[in-house]
Write a protein that binds this ligand. Sequence first.
Ligand SMILES: NC(=O)c1ccc[n+]([C@@H]2O[C@H](COP(=O)([O-])OP(=O)(O)OC[C@H]3O[C@@H](n4cnc5c(N)ncnc54)[C@H](OP(=O)(O)O)[C@@H]3O)[C@@H](O)[C@H]2O)c1
Length: 430
Amino acid sequence: MTTTLRLGIAGLGTVGVGVMRIVAAHADLLARRTGREIAVTAVSARERGRDRGIDLSAHAWEDDAVALARRDDVDIFVELIGGEDGVARAAVEAAIDAGKHVVTANKAMLAVHGHALAERAEAAGVALRFEAAVAGGIPCIKALSEGLAGNRIKRVMGVMNGTCNYILTRMEDAGLPYDTVFAEAHALGYLEADPQLDVGGIDAAHKLALLAALAYGTRVDFEGVAIEGIERVSIADIRHAADLGFRIKLLGVAQMTGRGLEARMAPCLVPAKSPLGQLQGATNMVVLDGDAVGQIVLRGAGAGEGPTASAVMADVADIARGTRMPVFGQPAGTLARPFRATAGTPSPYYLRMDLHDKPGALAKIAACLGEAGISIDRMRQYDHAETVAPVLIVTHKAARASLDEAIESMGRTGVLAGDPVALRIETLAV
Ligand SMILES: NC(=O)c1ccc[n+]([C@@H]2O[C@H](COP(=O)([O-])OP(=O)(O)OC[C@H]3O[C@@H](n4cnc5c(N)ncnc54)[C@H](OP(=O)(O)O)[C@@H]3O)[C@@H](O)[C@H]2O)c1
């Protein structure tokens, strides 16, 4: 057996502790599988004295993650601090510059600085791996970059934020409004320190941007993802969707179209009986379509100590075995500048609105849709209280831009009581 592979772990929170536990519990198994002993030599976190439920006495401690990244007795710097910039990025750059391999779970940093970091790592001849950054324990980076290397990728799709899926399924199961379930999720510690990262769709969009780069050989383009969060999804939407045979999911889709790369993360209606519709609680699903393989569906825990640490260790094991690969599946210098689609693929839309209960109100709404070239598939009016009438419209396929145009002109009719909610009905097969 060759020399021990030495890990420096920066960040001893949920994921860092999980990695420490796997290295300790599976030392023999990892050594047999990789042909090398794997050991943690040094660690770093903010508070040295904090009880983390693990014994740290055998490991050197660094207050400064950058100093940890530069230590001579560290071969792989494992960054589990988080955050787009700050110490996480500084330490990753320091590790690369010091010739260390890097493993990270930090999707925020990679979604924004992924290309620059990939160029830096490849120039330094070190690995930069990030299986844990997308969909936690689901090995979707490996599936895409290795398992499907012989395919032209037609589409990448998925539910990749467990917290949003938990909120949406809990609203449906318990019949509770968004605000109540949001507060519950907060109390349970399911939300990021900045909840907007979760419910605003940003965290899931970070992940989609990374998958799209791998799938299409483009530079990571987080800015190119059209993002909508779940904050405006109401219990009424969930019930109406169920009546129509759908469930609402925060769904990400990236596909190369004749108009360029289309990448969107938004709440959508998906058939209730489909695998995506059946996805409950915090579970994630990643769906990959390749021209040769057809469709692959990966489902599993998208977060949590064990699942995320499992993904970190997959990267560590690869480095231990000597597997070397460009960060985004092909050399960073060959990644194309993303060519963003100017318009999204048309789809049917679910449109819910409250109308002032006046004669001709519905006709005015229908006229706005007609003028924007949108035809109505179904329309329902629900029981109404006093002067406001809730109305639900399902459109035939329409471009989002035309729908927005129609909604804007509806606003000028004076019959709307509040802003309409427009949700895409995802017709892509899963
Ligand atoms: N949790 C998940 O399920 C999950 C899933 C996928 C990916 N990730 C990603 O994994 C990374 C870590 O997430 P986490 O949930 O483990 O976070 P966490 O529980 O909040 O832990 C963060 C750790 O970083 C340490 N830290 C903060 N600032 C530091 C600094 N300046 N120098 C050194 N250490 C510092 C903290 O130290 P103290 O403990 O002393 O405060 C803490 O141990 C993030 O990028 C996250 O997006 C997490």
